[in-house]
Design a protein around this ligand. Structure first.
Ligand code: CA
Length: 228
């Protein structure tokens, strides 16, 4: 790889952090580890990693708070590591802008595959016409979303959900089709992830699931663009 991607591993279990860094480096990434949330924020600013692997259970500043702060200035991909028992933490992590998650104990090999999946996602599409849905404008070229005059700050995953739906506004997508379009067909995980990202997206668009203006639930199927 001529221009290797940078991956920051934030994990307070030193042995695990070292093992993940080794695997990532062997897979052709440039990986570094830090063991606290405040170090993570400093290093994301200074080093600008492409992907952050973020343990939620950190002493001091926890992973949720780290993710929230990162999203104030970075659109790197965030993969959270959570304990299996803490489903609430997982949902919270996705709500503050994480893109994907893995539950511990996990296979380091699979984590490397997840990092590769995130990086295969297109960060920008060729210049394409803006798509308007009432007061909502999706601009795929600029990866920008406007609601009226206001720019809506979306995470990369929220943008990709909206971009995929708005590209084919007459189509009702299943959750799996959205996953295939956004994460790739090799992504293995819970389809429920889509619901969480759609929920976050709706919140930012001021859209209510009961009376949607922009993203509509198609009962027993999935989602489509447009009013309900
Ligand atoms: Ca931990």
């Amino acid at each position: 790889m001529s221009n290797p991607h940078r991956v920051l591993v934030v994990e307070d279990e030193l042995v695990l952090a070292g093992m993940v860094v080794n695997y990532l480096n062997r897979a052709g990434f440039v990986a570094r580890a830090v063991h606290t949330g405040s170090e993570a924020i400093t290093l994301v600013r200074e080093w600008a990693p492409d992907v952050v692997v973020l343990d939620l259970g950190l002493p001091g500043l926890d992973g949720i708070e780290v993710c929230r702060r990162l999203r104030g200035f970075s659109d790197c991909y965030v993969i959270m590591l959570t304990a299996r028992a803490d489903e609430e933490d997982t949902l919270m992590g996705l709500a503050v802008g994480a893109d994907d998650y893995m539950t511990k104990p996990f296979s380091v090999r699979e984590l490397v595959a997840r990092v590769q999946t995130q990086l295969r996602r297109p960060r920008s599409v060729p210049t394409e016409a803006r798509r308007a849905f009432g007061s909502l404008v999706v601009d795929p070229g600029a990866r920008e979303v406007l609601l009226g005059e206001a720019v809506i700050e979306l995470t990369p995953t929220e943008f990709d959900v909206l971009e995929t739906l708005s590209a084919q506004p007459d189509r009702a997508f299943t959750r799996r089709q959205l996953i295939d379009a956004i994460w790739g067909e090799h992504w293995v995980g819970d389809d429920h992830l889509v619901d969480v990202h759609v929920g976050n997206l709706r919140k930012k668009l001021g859209d209510a699931a009961s009376a949607p203006r922009f993203v509509t639930t198609v009962r027993g199927h999935g989602y489509r663009m447009g009013a309900g």
